[in-house]
Design a protein around this ligand. Structure first.
Ligand code: SAJ
Length: 445
């Protein structure tokens, strides 16, 4: 049985770890193994990434050049686009993207492509692990048959498990080694060996009874977030209608030391996880005749926030006898959350598009994002690209409305409050003192 062989290879740090996909999940993972003395081979379709790593350089914010260079110089890390080297690996971990199609259905093409490469080069005695976020059943319904159709038998010739990635890019407190790792195999041996593997690099491993439980755990975590953010957004609308400060309400509720977890209103949800992951669950549920109302309601509320914000802007301009059409609007912060450069699914894109389609002249300032481009298939406005603009006094003074879309810490909100005539703050970026001392008309989510 290969369980004992793999267990010994891991215990002796002789196991060669293959990682397919060297992005914000795969690169920290293979470097973590390298720093613990395991030889790793990184598999990329992007030659530039492979070259960067082999040159001892990192392109991921949480992985230092120093650690990549240390692993490369020690001969425990190489990156390649040659997938035939998969046969050299004792363990193969798949860390590829799982986006949504335009129809909001799962796009499994990256997982299928990685599975296809493994199918081509796999040999007896290997442990395969999927980390990409996906619907429950992917590991045993999609990957396992791909490996078995080659004549390999589970537990005799290969082991197979799922372990959700929980990387939080830029989080200084939680990195790969101190984020508990959930692991579930398609067999008991698979669970045991993959749990033992991760225990080499992670402080806490939580084994579960199957790959499906592990797949569902990840989706539960992020669906929990999407739904609670949706609730915060709906509560903000209720509070606005009642003339109550929603941020003050949440902060007060957060004083409850049990049974409450604060979520805050915002201009919508961005990123590559929260807006997408719940759809993997609802898609699978629909296959089994179940329609998740919470997921679709949260999606409706969250994706409706850009329109709600555009409405706040429209009404605030109107109070100043101005129309959106022809107004100069300055957007502060376009990334999907503060102090990062990631634009994926950023609600700022929708807010810009909505206002531009009504004739507003949009400028933005975001030091993390040099350029904003639009997917023409999804814009109602002209979809022209925009470029980061310096935050000068004249720019602020000359704007009919300043919208704080993302509350980057680099912005001097004092100056904004002094110079702007109208501010729509969607992130509670302005302190009470700033708000009380500002001459600007202030609108908050
Ligand atoms: N958001 C709100 N209100 C909130 C929290 C977030 O509007 O109360 C918005 C953010 O501005 C952003 C979007 O939702 O646009 C997503 O924010 P997020 O804090 O969930 O950040 P992400 O997308 O980076 O989510 C990741 C996830 N990590 C993994 O999937 C491994 C998520 O599970 C983490 O909880 C989250 O990071 C985190 O806590 O930082």
């Amino acid at each position: 049985m290969i369980k004992q062989e793999l267990h010994k290879l891991i215990a002796d740090k002789q196991a060669c770890i293959g990682v397919i996909g060297l992005g914000y999940v795969g690169l920290p993972l293979i470097v973590e193994f390298g720093l613990k003395g395991f030889r790793g081979i990184g598999f990329e379709v992007d030659t530039k990434k492979a070259d960067e790593i082999n040159a001892g350089r990192s392109y991921i914010v949480d992985v230092s050049d120093e650690n990549v260079k240390k692993c490369v110089d020690a001969g425990v890390l190489t990156a390649t686009t040659d997938f035939s080297k998969l046969s050299e690996c004792d363990v193969i971990i798949i860390c590829v993207p799982t986006p949504l199609r335009k129809t909001k259905d799962p796009d499994m093409s990256y997982i299928l492509s990685a599975g296809g490469e493994i199918q081509k080069y796999m040999r007896k005695g290997q442990l395969m692990i999927l980390e990409s976020t996906t619907y429950p059943g992917t590991t045993d319904e999609v990957l396992q048959p791909m490996f078995e159709e080659k004549g390999f038998k589970l537990d005799e010739d290969f082991l197979l498990a799922f372990s959700p990635e929980r990387v939080d890019p830029g989080n200084p407190q939680f990195q790969t080694h101190n984020i508990p790792k959930v692991v579930g195999g398609v067999s008991k041996d698979s669970t045991e060996v993959s749990s033992f593997l991760y225990s080499q690099i992670v402080d806490t491993v939580h084994s579960v009874s199957s790959a499906r439980v592990a797949e569902a755990c990840k989706l539960w975590e992020n669906t929990f977030r999407a739904i609670n953010i949706g609730m915060a957004n709906e509560m903000a609308k209720v509070c606005n209608a009642l003339g109550i400060d929603s941020w003050e309400v949440v902060r007060a509720a957060a004083t409850k030391p049990f049974g409450f977890m604060p979520f805050f209103p915002g201009p919508g949800i961005g990123g590559h996880c929260i807006p997408l992951d719940p759809h993997y669950l609802s898609w699978k549920a629909r296959q089994h005749g179940f329609d998740s109302q919470f997921i679709s309601l949260a999606e409706q509320i969250n994706s409706g926030m850009p329109k709600y914000v555009a409405g706040l802007v429209r009404d605030a301009l109107n109070d100043n006898q101005k129309s959106v059409n022809g107004s100069k609007i300055l957007i502060l912060g376009v990334a999907y959350k503060k102090d990062i450069d990631d634009m994926r699914e950023s609600p700022a894109l929708s807010i810009i598009d909505l206002l531009r389609s009504r004739g507003a002249e949009i400028t933005y300032h975001d030091p993390f994002v040099p350029e904003v481009t639009f997917d023409h298939a999804y814009t109602i406005g002209d979809g022209e690209p925009l470029y980061n603009t310096d935050l000068t006094d004249d720019l602020i003074k000359g704007s009919d409305c300043v919208i704080i879309c993302t509350d980057h810490s680099t912005v001097d909100y004092n100056r904004v409050c002094d110079l702007a005539g109208l501010i729509v703050d969607t992130r509670n970026a302005l302190s009470e003192d700033l708000r009380n001392g500002s001459k600007a008309k202030l609108v908050r989510l």
